[in-house]
Design a binder for this molecule. Structure first.
Ligand code: PA5
Length: 447
């Protein structure tokens, strides 16, 4: 595998017998994933997806991406949570966190419907003024409030600008196969639709049309992405514990959690990986944080955040561990220029590649943080290519499922997400919720 786990900065914090002890739990969690015998097994469609995806739909995704590229300056992807994080993560990781500002032949891609912010939506509407716009609305349920609001706004914009027939050509809906509000509406309006498989939950859906359509529209090679995931699947589903880094990662996290390390910080040294960390946070947070348990997932980008959170990580509460994504080759070459006057004293690194200096900063930080009592797991990946990223995505998805089973939760549900929705609907007076709204208002009044 091109993705691999380096244990040398965590070894001093765990003992060999703990690692050995975890082998049984990790292997039986993996069997539960493979045999579909664990909790939430109706949502294991992502396990075989890299091999068993719908080839006909995959070809349609490529055609739709081409059509979007020919028709639009801007693609607005409307979705929240698992319905946008994966696409945004892959686009920024492979292309750039400044993707929209790059000179390119593919459309700008903006994400909407992931908040209820009037300011954010109105900024995006101004960005779209005078430009040709396509919309990809993504919602498995079709009833999620945030994307539903944004879709109403953008549908109105497109229908005013292009007429109902013109808008039809520019709206692509990714939703559940047969049921649901968005599916019936899309069919009625004649939008092209793509499927979120019933057995794939939002946070595991990046390698379905949910992620693949916007990713392909950005000009990213989705075949290579799937190939990387398929290679990871073949290896991690079959390799024994001793040779299986995916199981090792799940095991190490659980060992550290049992030793009181309740916060995991995903560290990267590339700003383009920031959204990958957001995707990872949802994946692990929503999968494991339940039943009063779970590791709190957080993230930083170094060396940027060494100048903000570095102090805390080095020296604050000792309930942390870090997982570092070590990208060996950023794909860019910038050297420190030589300055004859050497006024800033940097000539000792003149001529050095920034990748090399960044890597040295990583080594220095690993030593400092482990000296400060923070265990560090390292996940090495050779580059930011589609294939390596496909591997990494599958690595995290499978390790998350295994880790959830080791800690005894259902990694595929999210009952806690409903809490705020019920209250919000009640306070907004949604039919069927109004009485509860009165009670909530009274409660707030008494606070
Ligand atoms: O991972 C999940 O299940 C959630 O984050 C959902 O993706 C998110 O709530 C959006 O749901 P939907 O796609 O039904 O609009």
């Amino acid at each position: 595998m091109s993705v691999s786990l380096e244990e040398k900065f965590v070894r001093q914090f765990v003992s060999q017998h703990e690692i050995d002890y975890m082998s049984g739990a990790a292997e039986s969690a993996l069997s539960a994933v493979k045999n579909k015998s664990g909790a939430g097994s109706d949502f294991l469609g992502w396990v075989d997806l890299p091999e068993e995806y719908d080839r006909e739909e995959f070809a349609r995704i490529k055609l739709a991406a081409e059509k979007i590229g020919n028709m639009c300056d801007v693609l607005v992807v409307i979705g929240i949570g698992g319905s946008y994080l994966g696409a945004r993560a892959v686009i920024e990781y492979v292309k750039s966190n400044n993707y929209n500002a790059l000179k390119k032949k593919t459309p700008d891609i903006y994400f909407a419907g992931n908040s209820i912010s009037a300011a954010a939506l109105s900024d995006l509407l101004s960005i779209c003024e005078g430009r040709d716009v396509c919309v990809n609305v993504v919602s498995k349920s079709g009833t999620t409030t945030e994307p539903a609001i944004a879709f109403r706004v953008f549908r109105e914009l497109l229908e005013k600008k292009y007429g109902i027939d013109g808008a039809r050509e520019r709206i692509f809906a990714t939703t559940d196969k047969a049921r649901g509000t968005l599916k019936s509406f899309a069919d009625k309006m004649g939008y092209e639709t793509f499927v979120v498989p019933d057995d794939v939950g939002g946070r595991y859906s990046v390698l379905t049309a949910v992620g693949l359509l916007p990713i392909a529209a950005a000009g990213i090679d989705i075949d290579a992405l799937m190939n990387g995931a398929a290679e990871a699947r073949n290896h991690y589903l079959n390799a024994p514990y001793a040779e299986n880094d995916c199981l090792k990662y799940a095991a190490l996290r659980n060992i550290l959690y049992r030793r009181g390390k309740g916060t995991e910080i995903l560290v990267s040294y590339e700003p383009s990986a920031q959204m990958l960390s957001e995707w990872w946070k949802q994946l692990f947070g929503e999968s494991e944080g339940k039943d009063g348990k779970g590791i709190y997932p957080s993230s930083v980008v170094f060396s940027t955040d060494l100048h903000s959170l570095g102090q805390f990580i080095q020296d604050g509460s000792r309930n942390l561990f870090e997982t570092v994504i070590d990208i060996k080759n950023s794909g860019a070459s910038v050297k420190v220029p030589h300055d004859p006057a050497d006024t800033d004293g940097l000539n000792f690194i003149a001529g050095c590649e920034l990748d090399e200096i960044n890597h040295t900063a990583m080594l220095g930080t690993l030593l400092a943080h482990t000296d400060g009592g923070v265990p560090n797991i390292i996940i090495e990946t050779p580059d930011k290519s589609e294939k390596s990223l496909g591997e990494l995505i599958y690595f995290f998805e499978l390790s998350c499922a295994v880790s959830g089973y080791i800690s005894g939760v259902n990694p595929f549900n999210q009952p806690g997400v409903e809490g705020y929705k019920k209250n919000m609907f009640a306070l907004l007076g949604k039919p069927g919720y109004a009485e509860a709204g009165d009670a909530l208002r009274e409660r707030i009044g008494k606070l």
